[in-house]
Design a protein around this ligand. Sequence first.
Ligand code: ATP
Length: 320
Amino acid sequence: MATPPAAAPHIAIVYLQPNEEVAGRWTVLRKLGEGGFGAVYMVKDNTTGNEYALKSERTVEITRVLKMEVYVLAALKKAKATHFCDLIDSGHIKDYNFMVMSLVGSTLHDLRKKPLESSKQKFSLGTALSVGIKCVEAIEELHNIGFLHRDLKPGNFATDKKDVRKIVMFDFGMARRYVDSKGGVRKPRWAAGFRGTLRYAPISCHISRELCRKDDLETWLYQQIEITRGLLPWRHLEDKDEVGRFKEKCRAEENHKELFAGCPREYIDIMSYLDTVRYYDTPDYRRLSEAMKQAITAHNLQEYPYDWEKPEWQKLSVLP
Ligand SMILES: Nc1ncnc2c1ncn2[C@@H]1O[C@H](COP(=O)(O)OP(=O)(O)OP(=O)(O)O)[C@@H](O)[C@H]1O
């Protein structure tokens, strides 16, 4: 399901076979997925029998995405962040680098495809709002360790394998440090290439502007609208400029309906607020969560159980 990021270079995937042993500790069980930057396998710890995910990348790749991912996950672990995979091991073997992390369950992308109302591809409002709050918490935790994600999308958030109410952010292949060694915000570059996924990219990305913390939140809002109403109005467009213009157009009050139909009015407030946040500003994450909680109360909604915990939904779905 992984959508290759728009700017992904061609990568030679590391192919590992079932039963192959890695670093004397891990046995490959099966491939879990393949993305723009490498392959991910389910592996077993030879000593404990516990299962994990192993991500691999050839050492010849000039992009060296895995090193960044290991760094980010290690920093998150040190900060005791709660919405991420646990980094278990990392290393280098033969001609590839690898890292081992805890397993995630289904992604929001996959879960959205299996709703109760199967033609609508959306979550119930209570689930959508509650999940949205957890995604904001994850974004804040990542920003707190000095990194932007820059490729948030429903395919990069998942439930925890063991706790279906826990939301985990993963895939830091596009992450970028936005703070300097003294803890200040780095100066923006004059121009930055397109990063991320067209559908969810913030407007700054369309105009080659350096991304900042607010941009991860703008992306989150597009994702939030999609899981709430089942679609984004520019979903069929493929031209970068056309999608950028569409996103701009939806800022005007007379076009709000096109983007926000079926969403709580708090989403419009959130967009208006985010549009005021500048490059160096620390966004008010709490304001977003409070607005979402306000929507839960105003609509008299229950957060739990999540849609995927409901018996009717489980009958429909094939969870991994
Ligand atoms: N911790 C994990 N547990 C289970 N599956 C995982 C885990 N990490 C990644 N995967 C699977 O591997 C796929 C690719 O992983 P990931 O998105 O991290 O790689 P990528 O090469 O950066 O992909 P993309 O091109 O989507 O950015 C995911 O879509 C998911 O199916």
